[in-house]
Design a protein around this ligand. Structure first.
Ligand SMILES: *[C@@H]1O[C@H](CO)[C@@H](O)[C@H](O)[C@H]1NC(C)=O
Ligand SMILES: *[C@@H]1O[C@H](CO)[C@@H](O)[C@H](O)[C@H]1NC(C)=O
Ligand SMILES: *[C@@H]1O[C@H](CO)[C@@H](O)[C@H](O)[C@H]1NC(C)=O
Ligand SMILES: *[C@@H]1O[C@H](CO)[C@@H](O)[C@H](O)[C@H]1NC(C)=O
Length: 285
């Protein structure tokens, strides 16, 4: 509670400064730096026009753990927003860490019923995100775990950079929810091999990431290396992996905020070089 209050007060200071800035004079006084509790209502009222009003804990909850996954941000805005990570390691909230299950599909999930059964009874321990083809407009039934879990999506060509864009979109959307601590990328043909409890405990208690990475000397490995990637990526560093992964927040943020390697891979890793098999793994190495 005390932590929550101090976060709220910090917001009030920022919004108070914003309000002053808007009326043209930046008044820096004791009053603004050390707002008294009684001053809260007026600050909150003023701020409701400017920024968020830090009125109740539910607004912090909503910000940390958004219920809706649909939004109107552009990819650029989304990546920027999702790249924010808290510096304070202790959360001001007691919550359960969740595993984000990110489905990269074309249309309806053929194995949907298996996943429904898998997730049943484990609400609060997982979040689902679905990136489907934009032409696919069907919504899942309300009782489904996939109901309203579609994120704003764009067309994907298998093996092309658009696939990585989709993966980044999924990761960024999942990162908007601070309770997500592990991120699993799945295709429409993936099926769970263990029950939910086993997978959850395994991932949450592991400090490792599961991202295939190996040096394949064959044409479908090293053979895909393009000299134009040098010097940013060297042949000695070149790795191949499988597209599907389970990673933590740190690597997820790394992937969505990368502006250095992404353009090099996009421009020089084209079929028969498949970006989705090389980019995440080379980036994390
Ligand atoms: C806080 O929110 C409640 C409803 O959510 C509203 O009735 C109340 O006026 C708000 N208080 C302030 C100070 O904005
Ligand atoms: C969270 O829960 C732990 C153990 O139940 C407790 O010690 C701690 O004070 C709680 N933190 C907050 C911010 O409520
Ligand atoms: C999940 O699987 C584990 C290991 O196979 C088993 O011990 C556990 O009882 C299962 N849990 C449920 C809810 O079926
Ligand atoms: C990861 O966990 C293992 C044991 O589970 C521990 O020995 C190791 O130090 C941990 N590594 C990091 C980076 O936390």
């Amino acid at each position: 509670m005390a932590n929550l209050l101090s976060l709220c007060m910090a917001l009030a200071v920022v919004t108070a400064l914003l309000v002053s800035f808007h009326v043209g004079k930046l008044t820096i006084s004791q009053e603004i730096y050390f707002p008294q509790i009684e001053k809260f209502p007026s600050l909150a009222t003023a701020s409701s026009h400017v920024c968020c009003s830090c009125n109740s804990s539910s607004s912090l909850d909503e910000w940390l753990h958004p219920k809706e996954v649909w939004h109107s941000m552009t990819d650029e805005e989304l990546m920027w927003r999702a790249s924010m990570a808290p510096r304070v390691e202790e959360y001001p909230h007691n919550w359960t860490a969740r595993v984000a299950f990110m489905f990269l599909t074309r249309g309806r999930l053929p194995l949907g019923p298996i996943w429904e059964w898998f997730f049943k009874g484990h609400e609060g321990f997982y979040s689902i995100y679905v990136h489907a083809s934009p032409e696919f407009k069907e919504e899942a039934v309300e009782s489904s775990v996939f109901f309203k879990r579609r994120i704003p999506s764009k067309p994907v060509e298998w093996g092309a950079a658009t696939m990585i864009n989709a993966e980044r979109r999924l990761l960024a959307n999942a990162l908007l929810d601070f309770s997500n601590q592990r991120f699993i990328l799945l295709s429409e043909t993936c099926i769970p091999l263990f029950n939910f409890t086993t997978i959850y405990n395994y991932l949450i208690n592991s400090n490792q990431t599961f991202l295939g990475s190996f040096d394949d000397p064959r044409p479908m490995g090293r053979g895909r290396y393009n000299k134009r990637m040098w010097p940013l990526v060297t042949l000695a560093d070149w790795r191949k992996g499988s597209q599907w992964f389970a990673i933590d927040c740190k690597i997820s943020i790394e992937i969505i905020s990368d502006l250095k390697y992404y353009p090099v891979f996009r421009d020089h890793c084209r079929p028969p070089c498949y970006m989705d098999e090389h980019y995440p793994t080379n980036l994390s190495d």
